[in-house]
Ligand binder design. Structure first.
Ligand code: S3P
Length: 462
């Protein structure tokens, strides 16, 4: 698919629902004994895999127009399915689900997925789950297919070797049905959606700095979840708005949980124009997932440096930091991001080789990359490598390039953002016309009143 240089994007759009929160809501729904209503569930390939998985485990899922309802089996009553559970391309499902399955005494489960999933390490979850008492086997001891044999679990204290929200969440889910309390320590803070949702479900959960403690529960009392817009999907629109001259966009209903807004903080440090009411860290664990509108405008950028502790807060947006770096003045360097090597693709190789093919001056390092800003990109062809985020980065690069970009494998965007191309097209097409639609009611905190629009379509043309 080809993306020609754009004259400017404008209009107003709602971000698609959050993928991380959708996965968690469906899983916790399946673990609950009472029905859970999920408003604005993300209907994309990854989160459809999660619905299929929980159905295979005995949950009932009813898909209605504006919400889904999950009728779960309870914490300890997952059904043993007839065959392997297919997680598709969903790494989050691959890592979180075994936490629940490990507590299903005497039952066995096999998880497998696509070619990319088969390259994603699972030893990082096998280790703590074994310490809790489950039997786990994996191909070559570290790759899917993964087999989980459930057992009566015991609570543990566990220090994560990598800052990974997926591994942390896996242990926290296992802890719900384990004897005693479980404490997980992380080397650096990572997204905390699981903690917030467990708190909302009435679980005894506490955070002390980099440690989270969960006490086992009889049941989850989660009645409804409203999924906010996905900050990682919105990031592609933010990058397009900043890079394409003449752009001005309003992106509504974006989740601004501070553990997810690292990219927006980096953009602001680069002098990019993005206004919004971002949550600030208070040190306190809260159940709420805050949202804000983001007001984005084109502008000049300066290079920046991103260090290891900032990486988990922007992990999925780092390809965009590289792209912005191409257009900035000076150098942009990302360090401590070796986790990018084990994402849906090796994202360090994919970003560096992909952007270099479009004319960028960029080098890979062992744990990140360094870009020399040249003020723009020529254009050319880029391979998505089966990775949704590389495909969307290529599309944004095309709109901002001098000669356009052809993305090979664009369809993989459907993993997290099925309407991505349609949304970009709408923003380009409604240039000018959209301005009239910009007025968005705000409350005293500057948050857009998008609740009222939940009965409407997810995407509002300008
Ligand atoms: C996710 C956590 C991150 C992120 C992934 C989603 C989650 O992975 O890259 O897209 O929902 O917990 P890691 O926890 O492995 O870094």
């Amino acid at each position: 698919m080809r993306f020609e240089p754009a004259r400017g994007l404008s209009g107003e759009l709602r971000a698609p629902p959050d993928k991380s929160i959708s996965h968690r809501a469906a899983l916790l729904g399946a673990m609950a004994s009472e029905p859970v209503r999920i408003e604005r569930y993300l209907h994309a390939a990854d989160t459809t895999s999660t619905l299929d998985a929980v159905r295979a485990l005995g949950a009932l899922v009813e898909v209605r127009e504006e919400e889904i309802v999950v009728r779960g089996t309870g914490l300890r009553e997952a059904r043993e399915p007839d065959g392997p559970i297919d997680v598709g391309n969903a790494g989050t499902l691959l890592r979180l689900l075994p936490g629940w399955l490990a507590a299903q005494e005497g039952r066995s489960f096999t998880l497998d997925g696509d070619e990319s999933i088969r390259r994603r390490p699972v030893d990082r979850i096998a280790k703590p789950l074994r310490q809790m008492g489950a039997e786990i086997t994996a191909r070559d001891a570290r790759l899917p297919p993964l087999e989980v044999r459930g057992a009566r679990l015991r609570g543990i204290s566990y220090e994560l070797e990598v800052a990974s929200a997926q591994v942390k969440s896996c242990v926290l889910l296992a802890a719900l049905a384990a004897d005693g309390a479980t404490t997980v320590g992380e080397p650096a803070r990572s997204r905390d959606h699981t903690e917030r949702m467990l708190l909302a479900a009435g679980v005894a959960i506490h955070r002390h700095g980099r440690h989270v403690t969960v006490v086992n529960a009889d049941e989850l009392l989660l009645h409804s979840v409203r999924v906010p817009g996905d900050a990682s999907s919105a990031a592609f629109l933010v990058a397009a708005g900043i890079l394409v001259p003449g752009s001005r966009l309003l992106i509504g209903d974006v989740g601004v949980n501070w553990t997810r807004t690292g990219f927006l903080r980096i953009v602001r440090r680069m002098q990019g124009i993005v206004l919004g009411d971002l949550e600030e860290e208070t040190g306190e664990l809260v159940a709420e997932e805050p949202v804000s509108d983001l007001d984005v405008a084109h502008g000049a950028l300066e290079g920046t440096e991103v260090e290891a502790e900032e990486v988990p807060f922007a992990i999925d947006e780092l390809p965009l930091v590289a792209l912005l770096g191409c257009f900035a003045e000076g150098d942009t360097v990302v360090r401590g991001a070796q986790e990018l090597r084990v994402k849906e693709s090796d994202r360090i190789a994919g970003v560096v080789e992909g952007l270099r093919g479009l004319g960028a001056e960029i080098e890979a390092t062992g744990d990140g990359f360094a870009v020399r800003g040249t003020g723009g990109l020529r254009g050319g062809t880029i391979d998505a490598r089966g990775d949704h985020r590389l495909a969307m980065m290529g599309a944004v690069a095309g709109l901002a390039s001098q000669e356009g970009v052809e993305v090979s494998g664009m369809e993989v965007a459907a993993v997290s953002y099925p309407a991505f191309v349609e949304d970009l097209t709408t923003l380009a097409r409604h240039r000018g016309l959209a301005r009239a639609g910009w007025a968005v009611d705000r409350d005293e905190h500057g948050r857009g009143a998008h609740e009222a629009s939940s009965a409407r379509s997810d995407r509002k043309p300008g």
